[in-house]
Design a binder for this molecule. Structure first.
Ligand code: C2O
Ligand code: CU
Ligand code: CU
Length: 550
């Protein structure tokens, strides 16, 4: 069965490097690539933008001495505005693709990797055949042509591969890029553009003493937890520096492009972070935050005003300490020798050197975007939300106890076109004694004996509890509420001010014990799409399912 094959291949494939090539022939039958997957350009589609995007092996100089072997997306503009495609410095990361709402976009994805791949446009509202579903993978030497109209609002989106079981290593090896959408509403604002609109992609990597990337070498527990690197890269570079101008205002588009690490971002000197956008939208108005929690695949757009900062000064973006539950404990345990950045510790993310002077007249408006959250009253399942529980069962990461099936979809996962629904996403396994208490009437109380026992039983079933960044394809949702009644107070207190629950989002970080209610609308396209945990190791292990719009 496909599931059995999945497991076998998963165990066989180590990280990048020789293992991949040796194990590769075993993978080929898995996805059953057919000629249909070799999608060709449609002569009737008249693109405003036509891009070639090639995934290939490459060598890059990251450190003194030996080059580092990476995989990268290389962009080539065939037709369209020159600003639509821009290489990101000279890093391994993919090009920044800039589009405008309403544009017809054609992207010719060429796979020159030694294995199957397919590209997913994270956050974009596109038809099934353009979504980069794992069933649509293409082999080395093949081309898949995406043709879609940009229907999304202005926002910071991104793209990355999505082959089943191999998303983690492919992204880790370097395959990811920003996909930035603008629209009329945003263009009316006077927000920073050009050199003042800056990508900040945060990733963690481990580099060996021959300057090569190291991925999942520590065995089963590491895979269960998710990969944690021992250093931070910004925009694909280890030096983590930006050189900016005093007197200027900037827009930082921060993407957490890590495999499983998440961050508690704050300016070191206590300056509040001014958030103007999250995932697929500008917020209605700017929000000041002491810190921001940024789960895997989440994006925040940050306003940075350097008018009163003098030339020669510095700013540092840090990740502050917090209590991540289980996963951080694991990170901490191996902290001494193998991983000097345990999850939940404090470390530097980005150093900004204000080493020039300039001026620009961009403005931070009090009103950014016009929108209302979807009204819960119109949800067809208002009184009875669908519930998806993310938990471990028999040493497998599952959603409602199920793992990945290539095209499998259940009744529970089937929705109707042109309806609005409320989904409750729950991170409810349990881990140890932390869950013996609950939040009730404004304080923590001990749970009753029976309830404690049930929790323990859950744990015996392998209910290890870890943070899960929930992501759904094809749409942007609103967050209605977070339920923290099942959470450990230490975890909650260390992260509670860092969530941005406004705006249109496609990814939401669920801390252990947390539940969130989301409201979403299924419109324009029928088809099979994905929802999953965006911890890439969890996703590759099967914490991913299809949902169907019919
Ligand atoms: Cu970033 Cu399934 O996606
Ligand atoms: Cu996605
Ligand atoms: Cu997860």
């Amino acid at each position: 069965s496909a599931e059995k094959m999945d497991r076998r291949n998963f165990i066989k494939l180590g990280g990048m490097g020789a293992t991949v090539f040796i194990a590769w022939p075993f993978l080929t039958p898995l996805n059953g690539v057919s000629e249909d997957n070799n999608k060709k350009p449609n002569p009737d589609f008249k693109p405003d933008l036509d891009i070639e995007l090639t995934a290939k092996e490459h060598e890059i100089s990251l450190y003194q001495g030996r080059n580092t072997r990476v995989w990268m997306f290389e962009g080539n503009l065939l037709s369209g505005d020159a600003e639509s495609l821009e290489a990101l410095d000279d890093s391994y990361l993919g090009p920044v693709i800039r589009v405008r709402k309403g544009q017809k976009t054609r992207i010719r994805f060429q796979n020159q990797l030694p294995e199957e791949s397919i590209v997913h446009w994270h956050g974009m509202h596109v038809p099934e055949e353009d979504d980069g579903h794992p069933k649509d993978v293409i082999r080395n030497g093949e081309t898949y042509v995406y043709e879609f109209e940009i229907m999304n609002r202005a926002g910071t989106y991104w793209f990355h591969p999505h082959p089943h079981g191999r998303t983690g290593p492919q992204v880790y090896n370097g395959l990811a890029g920003l996909f930035i959408v603008t629209d009329e509403e945003e263009e009316k604002l006077n927000l920073p553009g050009g050199e003042f609109d800056l990508p900040v992609v945060i990733q963690d990597r481990t580099i060996d003493n021959r300057n090569q990337l190291v991925y999942l070498t520590r065995g089963r527990m590491e895979r269960m937890n998710g990969f944690l690197g021992n250093r931070i890269f910004i925009n694909g570079k280890p030096d983590r520096k930006l050189s900016l101008k005093s007197g200027c205002k900037y827009r930082l588009r921060i993407l957490n492009g890590s495999n499983s690490r998440f961050y508690k971002l704050a300016w070191e000197d206590g300056t509040p972070l001014v958030i103007i956008g999250k995932d697929g939208s500008l917020l209605d108005s700017p929000k000041s935050k002491a810190y921001v929690m940024l789960g895997v695949a989440e994006r925040v757009d940050v306003w940075l005003d350097l008018t009163n900062r003098s030339e020669g000064s510095q700013m540092t973006l840090k990740s502050l300490s917090f209590s991540p539950g289980m996963m951080g404990m694991m990170g901490g345990m191996r902290g001494r020798d193998r991983n000097n950045l345990p999850l939940g510790s404090t470390y530097e993310i980005l150093n900004i050197n204000i080493d020039k002077t300039g001026n620009n007249n961009f403005e931070l408006p009090q009103r950014l975007a016009e929108f209302n959250k979807i009204d819960p009253a119109i949800a067809v399942n208002r009184d009875n939300p669908r519930t998806f529980r993310f938990f471990m069962r028999r040493m497998q990461w599952t959603i409602n106890g199920r793992t990945w099936e290539m095209t499998g979809v259940t009744e529970e996962e089937t929705v109707k076109l042109n309806t609005t629904e409320i989904w409750e996403i729950a991170n409810t396994g349990s881990w140890g004694m932390e869950n013996d208490r609950k939040w009730m009437n404004g304080r923590w109380r001990r749970r009753g004996r029976g309830e404690q026992d049930r929790n323990r039983e859950n744990m015996m079933g392998g209910g290890m509890q870890m943070p899960h960044p929930f992501h759904i394809h094809h749409l942007q949702f609103n967050i209605l509420e977070r339920d923290i009644s099942g959470m450990d107070s230490r975890i909650w207190n260390s992260v509670k001010d860092g969530f941005i629950d406004e705006g249109w989002q496609d990814t939401v970080l669920l801390m252990p014990g947390m539940k969130v209610k989301l409201i979403m609308r299924f419109e324009d396209f029928k088809g099979l799409f994905l929802y999953h945990c965006h911890n890439l190791e969890h996703e590759d292990m099967g914490m991913m399912r299809n949902f169907k719009i019919e």
